[in-house]
Design a protein around this ligand. Sequence first.
Ligand code: SF4
Ligand code: SF4
Ligand code: SF4
Length: 505
Amino acid sequence: MPNKTDYYIPAKFFVERDHDRCIRCQACVRQCPYEATFYDAIDDKITNIHANCVNCKRCEFICPTDCITVIEHRSKFVKNHTWPDDLIENVYEQASFGGIKLTGMGCDKKYPVYFDHILLNASQVTNPSIDPLREPMELRTFIGRKPEKLEFDKHGKLATKTHPQIELATPLMFGAMSLGSISYNAFKTLALAASKLGTASNTGEGGLHADFYPYGKTIIVQCASGRFGVSAEYLNAGAAVEIKVGQGAKPGIGGHLPGEKVDTLISTTRMIPEGTDAISPAPHHDIYSIEDLKQLIDALKEATEFKKPVGVKIAAVHNVAAIASGIVRAGADFVTIDGFRGGTGAAPWQTRNNVGIPIELAIAQVDTRLRDEGIRHLASVIAAGSIRQSSDLMKIIALGADAAYIGTAALMTMGCTLCQTCYTGRCAWGITTQNPYLTKRLNPERCSERLINLVKAWSHEMKEMLGGMGLNSIESLRGNRLHLRGVGLTDTDLDILGILPAGRQ
Ligand code: SF4
Ligand code: SF4
Ligand code: SF4
């Protein structure tokens, strides 16, 4: 077996400490879950193993004298344009352990972020803008199948049969994150915030712990290939059911929660024995065609007495529009498309960085296809995967989504610093860990207030931008690509996005 002396990996980060200001309180030692900080009793000095540091920033945050700064390490691999640092590191690491390199969060490679090449419109003189402080502005969004047209009887009463809907106060939900991949307190933060905001959180594939049944009206329950925690009671506890087929960060790959993380809490929620691996196979073993998927959709609708919308979540891949069309024709009330920059607790590094397509292109293509086929009203479209700010949300809605999930931004309100080591189960902020010493760092009541603030802020900004466009409801923006213009995009990009270049009327 090779040992550490067989190859060279410089530390990625360097923990600088002003020893004159350090009061040796050792808070940084206790707070570092990555064994990167130690107290040297002989010299009465705090010291670091820089190679273990993942730049989670917990020590910087906790230090009472602000004497820590974590910086990028000065020593790098030999510079080579063909071989960037991370590829060299990957070869050394894999030559050492012979396995799949894992990572957490979403793709951080320099692929184009189309959101940053799209601009929104605003009214001037004609079709004047609307002041959202003085005039009503509607962000309410309904997720579910809509009738083609509405008919009324002779008494003016609605005669058209309507389908079950989820009503959202704002077109923003919290994406699927299972109890197990995130801590109880992180799960509670999302559930609390969603219920106070009148939007929805999502169980992910890990079931719903009994403590969260009271929040069911604002929780979408997932049914994934592992069927963890799925029972009639569970399906009926939620506001809607989402069949998980794929995930943006790892299209075509299943999930795996190692047995050591399956404690009593996770085992009772997922309905599996304590200490056993929770494996979600990549495919649903009963789905090999759209007809098979239709059977599962029908079964879930029957199990919920046709009172809940049933949707399907897929990863954004090359033929996403055709797949979405099939899903809608199979009877799904909503389709969730998860873009390749979407976050995850754990994914193979190669898959996360190289598989899938950006959400902007996927939503534009799905919306176009469903409209061309005359079936756009049959299902809502939910976007996920790297919605970073309110303008991204506006742009994805104008490209064709009804609403979007946020995941990474929601975790950032709990302290997430994007250190990408969620898969280690040692999250210093108590988010992606089941370690009780770490999870108690996250206060669900306080963090849910921060998350509520974020969503409120984005909602205010959306109202401002909508008013600026002369629109008074978010529904008027959906798929309205005339309000978008592209900058620095190729003709092909513009064609796929279905938008005009900036400067063109
Ligand atoms: S937390 Fe700050 S003051 Fe306390 S031991 Fe660490 S570096 Fe020194
Ligand atoms: S891993 Fe986090 S807590 Fe530990 S030294 Fe690095 S930044 Fe500080
Ligand atoms: S959730 Fe925790 S481990 Fe994952 S990226 Fe955020 S801070 Fe790092």
